[in-house]
Design a protein around this ligand. Sequence first.
Ligand code: AMP
Ligand code: GLY
Length: 428
Amino acid sequence: MKVLVIGSGAREHALVRALTLDPTVDAVIAAPGNPGTDVLALNEPVDPTDPGAVVELARRHEVDLVVVGPEAPLVAGVADALREAGIRCFGPGAEAARLEGSKAYAKEVMAAAEVPTAMAHVCTTEEQLAEALDSFGAPYVVKDDGLAAGKGVVVTEDRAAAMRHGLACLAKGEDAQVVIEEFLDGPEASLFCICDGTTVVPLDLAQDFKRIFDGDEGPNTGGMGAYSPLTWAPDGLVEDVVARVAQPVVDEMARRGTPFVGVLYVGLALTSRGPRVIEFNVRFGDPETQSVLARLESPLAVLLAAAADGSLDDHDPLRWSPQSAVTVVVAAEGYPASPRTGVAIGGLEELTFGELAEHVHVLHAGTACDDAGELVSAGGRVLSVVALGDDLVQARERAYAAVARIELEGGHHRTDIALRAARGEIHA
Ligand code: AMP
Ligand code: GLY
């Protein structure tokens, strides 16, 4: 199989890596890819949100499967264009991608499918906003309706800050909407459900760390680290979430004539009243994918092709490594507000060839090669360091030993990824 992966982050590097480990895969093309995917795949430039350009690239390379990493191309209709051109694609069409593209739409589908989620008000005016904030009270949860790269949500005790964010969302345009939600307490979990329009195959659970600083302080980011499996999750949680969330949503989308093919990413809060959906995404999560795929032993291309073909019900049960995986994101100075780019990155050779390499791999995200061919930072989240270990304690030790070898002036990372889980301090 020849596979084209659309996107350029560490999630896409993880996808490319897992695809090249699948014996049915002869070649992988990453578009546009990054200096990390360049080692494993052929990087090709493309505007990922231009459906025509992606179709042209897939045709030119006669690929057997296209895997779309980020949400923006899906919302822009890249999967529709590929399918119309007769090219096999893993990823939902633009209409189904609205599950991520509009929080208000996701709420509507959840209501129709009777999926447990936070109560919410969709507001379009300042008066509605104020009323919704006061009806729920603190802590306030204020969400930009549209795509915001993980940065559109503010959770705060401060009513003035909640109001400011809500007004900023409304100021974005004539039909701008803001969603005010009931605050959900309890640990969070991410479940990636592979869907073929009808059948749902769940991957293993992961947890991600959205805030910039240790102890979940500071602003939300795209994600600063993740681990899998969730040693503390109650038995049967995955089956329960498939039965109560993923399958009803997939059925509802099919009923609407917009079948969901791709990853339905279910972001959950495990509250005292049971699991509640915090958000849907319509693609693999970043950085959870880096941890989840490090443990997947079944061939990834076979699984994603079966989803694209609508034949998941015939797929063999997934095989998982019993090991634990911990991913630590190394971010640029100034991330998330204003990341410093063009900073030299060192220490990677030792991690590729040294004694840690057996258990650790480094995935690229915001990296580039400068004019002299040297690796430099080119974005906020620069690298994902992924380590496997017999348990979370060992995986953490290895991940942080590797992070310590990386040289990036001003770079920073969280030191508490998977720490509370490793200590047995999380209870659902
Ligand atoms: P989202 O972009 O919807 O995933 O929200 C980003 C983060 O905000 C989530 O991972 C949660 O940590 C937090 N969050 C979102 N919605 C709620 C909620 N209703 N209650 C508590 N925290 C929330
Ligand atoms: N890890 C959060 C996301 O991918 O949206």
